[in-house]
Design a protein around this ligand. Structure first.
Ligand code: PEP
Length: 252
């Protein structure tokens, strides 16, 4: 059985005081269930403070993106080793906002994935289709292409410590969630793609669903056999909302 991972992507939100309060609220309410892990991904400037805030708790720390380079003249970038230094265990790569707003191609995402792995970080590879792509019947093709770039770069064994997040772009921040059945279909497809190359990796990898997950729809999603938790945007910004989702996982 795979554990649940409930990850909060705070995006570019909060300030020193509100983020400290959010960390404290989450730490205070972690469900007492060994198979449910919580992960927070604050903005870069608050990672160090968050690392202090989660100390002594089971809450995990991650970042929202990372440079594909180890070090050097890359103004404004943050290296994977720096994230490790700050106490990060995870990093998101290929979030749809990075792909759409910052032009990250699947090859760029694969390079970041490689760099994250090399530094000992666990990459959370985000994949997902737009509404147009879904309506044109292209969901599988899009996700295969996003997966293929990473598989070409690291091979299936490179996914051993990784997590995948299926995030249909049309469900992110829109209040429109994929139904548990729609999400399950894609999660099973992702697992099947990996299983063709290595059934152990396919069985072991956590595949999270992301896209307008809330306390009241989380349980329906998390009871599906191939959904191993969630990547949460909006609802991760209030401890009570984030914990409601974590508690939904704990109740399964
Ligand atoms: C996200 O951006 O990863 C996300 C899932 O956002 P939201 O939960 O707000 O849809």
């Amino acid at each position: 059985m795979r554990d649940f991972l409930v990850a909060g992507n705070w995006k570019m939100n909060g300030d020193f005081a509100t983020n400290a309060e959010l960390v404290a609220g989450i730490v205070a309410g972690v469900p007492d269930k060994d198979n449910v892990k919580l992960l927070i991904c604050p903005p870069f400037p608050y990672l160090a403070a968050a690392a202090g805030g989660i100390e002594g708790s089971s809450v995990l720390l991650g970042a929202q993106t990372v440079s594909e380079h180890e070090a050097g003249a890359y103004t404004g970038e943050v290296a994977p080793g720096m994230l490790r230094d700050l106490g990060c265990e995870y990093v998101l790569v290929g979030h749809s906002e990075r792909r759409a707003l910052y032009g990250e191609s699947s090859e760029d995402v694969a390079s970041k994935f490689v760099a994250a792995l090399s530094a000992g970080l666990k990459p959370i590879l985000c994949v997902g289709e737009t509404l147009d792509e879904r309506e044109a019947g292209g969901t599988e093709v899009v996700i295969n292409e996003q997966l293929a770039a990473v598989l070409a770069a690291v091979g299936v064994d490179g996914l051993q410590t990784a997590v995948i997040a299926y995030e249909p772009v049309w469900a992110i921040g829109t209040g429109r969630t994929a139904s548990p059945e729609q999400a399950q279909e894609v999660h099973a497809m992702i697992r099947a793609v990996l299983a063709k190359q290595n059934s152990e990796v396919a069985e072991g990898i956590q595949i999270l669903y992301g896209g307008s997950v809330k306390g009241d729809n989380a349980a329906g999603l998390f009871t599906m056999p191939d959904i191993d938790g969630g990547l949460i945007g909006g609802a991760s910004l209030k401890a009570v909302d984030f914990l409601a989702i974590a508690n939904a996982a704990a109740g399964i």
